[in-house]
Design a protein around this ligand. Structure first.
Ligand code: MG
Length: 203
C-alpha cells in the first residue's frame, strides 16, 4: 500500500504559502508507516516544533491501474473519505530553501491520519463535496471539491502515467486554505458533508 498526496490543488492554499500555481498536479508520497487509523492519537514528534494539520479529501483505490484514461478513471475508486496530511512545516521550509526532498517533513510516522470512508453513491455530486476541519471545536479549514484545480479523475490520470496504483492505495487530494499548527492536547475533528469521519487527539 502507498499513500500519494497532491500538493497545491486549491488556489487559496497556494496563495497562503506563497507558492506558484502548478501547470500540472504536484504529488509526493508517504510510506505505509505514516498511516494512522481508527482515531488513534497522534504523538507530537520530537524532531519538529511546527507540526501543521492539512485536511484533505482522500480517495481509496479499488483496482490496479496504469495509464488510466479519463473516461475510466471513476472506476478505480468507489470510496471517498477524509484525512490529515500532517506536515513538519519547519522541516519542509528548510528543505524547500535548500531544494531538498520532503520525505521527512511529509512522510514521518503517523503523518497520515485517515478516517472512515463513504461510498461514492453517498454523494449526489463528486464535484460538490463539502468538508471541514475543527480544531478544539472551532472550524479552521473549510473546503469543497468544486474548488479543486484537478478533480479526482484528473489526479488519477496524471499519477498513473508515472506510478501504477493498486488496491488499497490512498490518494490525498490537496488541502484548502487555513492550515496551521497543532500543540499537545489539541483535538482535530474532520467532517464530510457535516458527518464526522475522523477524530484525532494530539498527545
Ligand atoms: Mg497536503
Amino acid at each position: 500500500m502507498k499513500i500519494i498526496c497532491i500538493g497545491r490543488n486549491y488556489v487559496d492554499h497556494i496563495k497562503e504559502l506563497n507558492n506558484a500555481i502548478p501547470s500540472s498536479p504536484v504529488f509526493f508520497l508517504k510510506p505505509d508507516t505514516a498511516l494512522l487509523i481508527r482515531n488513534r492519537p497522534f504523538y507530537y514528534p520530537p524532531f519538529s516544533h511546527e507540526i501543521h494539520y492539512e485536511v484533505e479529501l482522500v480517495m481509496k483505490i479499488n483496482k490496479v491501474g496504469k495509464n488510466i484514461q479519463k473516461q475510466f478513471a471513476h472506476t478505480y475508486y468507489d470510496e471517498i473519505g477524509i484525512g490529515l496530511d500532517m506536515t513538519a512545516r519547519d522541516i519542509q521550509d528548510a528543505a524547500k530553501q535548500k531544494g531538498l526532498p520532503w520525505a521527512i517533513a511529509k512522510g514521518f510516522d503517523q503523518s497520515a491520519p485517515v478516517g472512515k470512508f463513504l461510498p461514492k453513491a453517498h454523494f449526489a455530486d463528486l464535484k460538490n463535496i463539502d468538508f471541514h476541519l475543527d480544531l478544539n471545536g472551532k472550524t479552521v479549514q473549510h473546503g469543497n471539491s468544486s474548488l479543486m484545480m484537478y478533480d479526482f479523475d484528473d489526479i488519477l490520470v496524471h499519477i498513473s502515467q508515472y506510478m501504477t496504483v493498486r488496491t488499497g492505495d490512498y490518494i490525498f487530494t490537496g488541502t484548502p486554505a487555513g492550515v496551521g499548527p497543532v500543540k499537545i492536547g489539541d483535538k482535530l475533528e474532520a467532517f464530510v458533508e457535516r458527518e464526522k469521519l475522523l477524530s484525532c487527539l494530539i498527545k
